[in-house]
Design a protein around this ligand. Structure first.
Ligand code: ATP
Ligand code: PRP
Length: 216
């Protein structure tokens, strides 16, 4: 049995075409079923639904053989025990620093003031500000980061941005772009050795699908 860990929502949705290219069809709709283990048209392949931030953990410890996870989540978790054969170019966004409209971010950084930064991505934020030599107090949040500068909890946030609509709706502005983000296929290294053939087949089918020109 090959087990693939996916999270509901954009990662599941954007993975479906890749699975299809590998001849794999999921037999349940994650948005309507209460099941967490989903069968596919291939009796030897199943999908498990986990929280996006739990995908690397499932794959690292062998709860799943493969998984698909954002680069952001991977950097926060660490890549120990994980083989990363492919950047799938899905769930694309960027990791950025944002502040309230009118906040003098450049001035605060120039003056060397200690910046309060709220984020779910503490490892990425710590590394980024350390590389700039900016002193920060990091405040760990689990969601709704945009609220932090509006309520005085922090001066800045580090969060993912795609269209920029969420920032705009909350009167925040992007002041630094930390990195581009997309999702990766991650594989349990022991499973790759033990189940080499079926796992290779999936990796190769995904890789071939990525080479296909996208429809106009
Ligand atoms: P969790 O449920 O564990 O808190 P999450 O809510 O971040 O995680 P998703 O929203 O499904 O989970 O995001 C999955 C991945 O998609 C993220 O790790 C990131 O790489 C990417 N992503 C997040 N927001 C966007 C966005 N607005 N547009 C495109 N990709 C995004
Ligand atoms: C993410 C992120 C931002 C938003 C950015 O939230 O936390 O709030 O996307 O996207 P935008 O620039 O296109 O507005 P998401 O939609 O994943 O909601 P969630 O974190 O509550 O799942």
């Amino acid at each position: 049995m090959i087990t693939l860990a996916l999270s509901k929502g954009r990662i599941f949705d954007e993975t479906l075409p890749l699975l299809k290219a590998a001849g794999i069809e999921v037999l349940d709709d994650p948005e309507t079923t209460r099941k967490l283990i989903l069968a596919t048209n291939q009796p030897e392949v199943r999908v498990v639904l986990v929280r996006a931030s739990d995908v690397p953990t499932y794959v690292q410890y062998g709860g799943a053989d493969l998984g698909i996870t954002g680069k952001d989540t991977l950097l926060e978790h660490g890549s120990q025990g994980l083989y990363q054969p492919l950047d799938l170019q899905i769930a694309k966004c960027r990791m950025s620093v944002a502040v309230r409209e009118g906040f003098d971010y450049a001035g605060a950084v120039r003056q060397g003031s200690r910046l309060r930064v709220a984020t779910k991505f503490v490892a990425i934020a710590r590394e980024f500000f350390a590389s700039k030599g900016v002193h920060v107090d990091l405040i760990k949040l689990y969601g709704s980061m945009e609220l932090a500068p509006l309520t005085g909890l922090s001066d800045a946030i580090v969060d993912v941005v795609s269209t920029g609509n969420t920032l705009k709706a909350n009167h925040l502005v992007e002041v630094e772009r930390i990195m581009d983000i997309s999702s990766r296929l991650v594989v349990n290294q022991a499973a790759l050795k033990l189940k080499q053939q079926p796992i290779r087949r999936i990796i190769d089918a995904f890789a071939a699908a990525l080479q296909q020109p996208t429809a106009p």
